[in-house]
Design a protein around this ligand. Structure first.
Ligand SMILES: O=C(O)[C@@H](CO)OP(=O)(O)O
Ligand SMILES: [Mg+2]
Length: 422
């Protein structure tokens, strides 16, 4: 048994330059650190991060969350065996006392929970991806990689948040990354040819001016062809994170797609999404409808054929919402973000529940990231099959992609079968 002796926490900065929580767990046999990411296009049902308000860092400071780690969470876990992740996470939830972790903050709680997992793996002298595995770890996940960005991540531009590519024709991780790198380079060249600077958004995707949403899809298609691949579901496919909640006008019940000059009701939005899937080789579509439109999601699920319907703001890595989606058939995949759940144990529970029910878990980063690679190990440990980290640029993204190169070297580079049901 290795007991937790102490926990430290600091306010550090994330990839947007915003304050976030870093925690370190100390034991006699070693220590481990975890740094918490933060979303911009957050779902309203996710676990709540605590920010200070007031003048410090424009109200975004996390001193209260940092203090909560040392004042309330440390006493709740000191003396416990560091490998008892589930019991420790339960104690953290009890110390907070709210379902959404809004008292002490999901950023405080996850900081400790993540650092406990990392410390336990270090103490056992094993990689995190085997420590977090039930028995054997799974394969390297197939990445879906952001090429073009819009919505809240681009601070203007198209409303659709992520246009991604999925290297479905690649058999190995290395081949997948090289494929996407080539496509990204080709898209960058096309943007430059238009006399526009290829500046990147929060997740490293390009965000050139667009006259319509179709133009973004066409740019992806052209980049794939320029790179020598086929824009096709079995070669280089498309994925989209619509993040529709963030351009939905709840009062008017309309989706305002200003880039296309339209304002759509639910039926109109469903038809538009289906139109995209008919025109382009889309294999995965995330948050195409408002986060609380359960009836709309069910309807769309019934009309999509062979396209993964992925819930992010809709399911918020929450067991209950996932359970409801499974029962009602409202989604076929769940995005998994540790800080939406708030603890490692809750996150693992969501992955397990999804896998039992035949839904695909897609392990995801946040738009405000840190150079913490835990999510890469988590995805491998649980055989999640798919991973969404952002673009092949910016170090907070690359640390995850590069961690997978290391793991691939140890475990073998083969990706899960691309023809598995999406
Ligand atoms: O919507 C998403 O899937 C994520 C990552 O792309 O964004 P954010 O972290 O801002 O919620
Ligand atoms: Mg999303």
């Amino acid at each position: 048994m290795t007991t937790i002796e102490a926990i430290d926490a600091w306010e550090v900065l994330d990839s947007r330059g915003n304050p976030t929580v870093r925690a370190r767990v100390h034991t006699p046999d070693g220590s481990g650190t975890f740094t918490v990411p933060a979303g911009a296009s957050t779902g309203s049902h996710e676990a709540v991060e605590v920010r200070d308000g007031g003048d410090r860092f424009g109200g975004l400071g996390v001193t209260e969350a940092v203090e909560a780690v040392e004042a309330e969470l440390e006493p709740a876990v000191v003396g416990r065996n560091v490998t008892e992740q589930a019991a420790i996470d339960e104690a953290l939830l009890e110390a907070d006392g709210t379902e959404d972790l809004s008292r002490l903050g999901a950023n405080a709680v996850l900081g400790v929970s993540g650092a406990v997992a990392r410390t336990a793996a270090a103490v056992r002298d094993e990689p995190l991806y085997t420590y977090l595995a039930p028995e054997e770890p799974g394969a390297i996940p197939r990445p879906m990689v952001n090429i073009l960005s819009g919505g809240l991540h681009a601070h203007g531009g198209v409303e659709i948040q992520d246009f991604l590519v999925v290297p479905r024709g690649a058999d190995t991780y290395e081949e997948a990354i090289e494929t996407v790198w080539t496509v990204r380079r080709a898209v960058r060249d096309r943007i430059e040819e238009r006399g526009v600077r290829p500046l990147v958004a929060d997740e490293g995707g390009f965000s050139p001016p667009m006259e319509g949403i179709e133009e973004a899809f066409e740019l992806l298609r052209a980049g794939i062809l320029d790179a020598g691949f086929e824009p096709a579901t079995d070669d280089v496919a498309f994925a989209v994170d619509v993040a529709a909640t963030h351009f939905y006008d709840e009062d008017a019940e309309r989706y305002r797609l200003e880039t296309d000059g339209v304002s759509l009701d639910r039926e109109g939005m469903i038809d538009r999404v289906l139109g995209w899937t008919e025109s382009y080789p889309i294999v995965s579509i995330e948050d195409p409808l408002f986060e609380d439109d359960w009836a709309g999601w069910r309807k769309l699920a019934g009309r999509l054929d062979g396209v993964q319907l992925l819930g992010d703001d809709f399911l918020v890595t929450d067991r209950d919402r996932l359970g409801r989606a499974i029962e009602s058939g409202a989604a076929s995949a769940v995005l998994v973000k540790m800080n939406q759940a708030g603890t490692i144990t809750r996150t693992l529970g969501v992955i397990e529940r999804a896998q039992e029910a035949g839904l695909s878990p897609v392990v995801s980063a946040r738009s405000g990231e840190t150079c913490d690679s835990t999510m890469a190990d988590l995805a491998v440990a649980r055989g999640a099959g798919q991973l969404k980290v952002g673009s092949l640029a910016r170090s907070e993204r690359l640390v995850k992609y590069n961690r997978l190169f290391e793991i691939a070297d140890e475990l073998g580079p083969t990706l899960p079968n691309a023809s598995d049901p999406v």
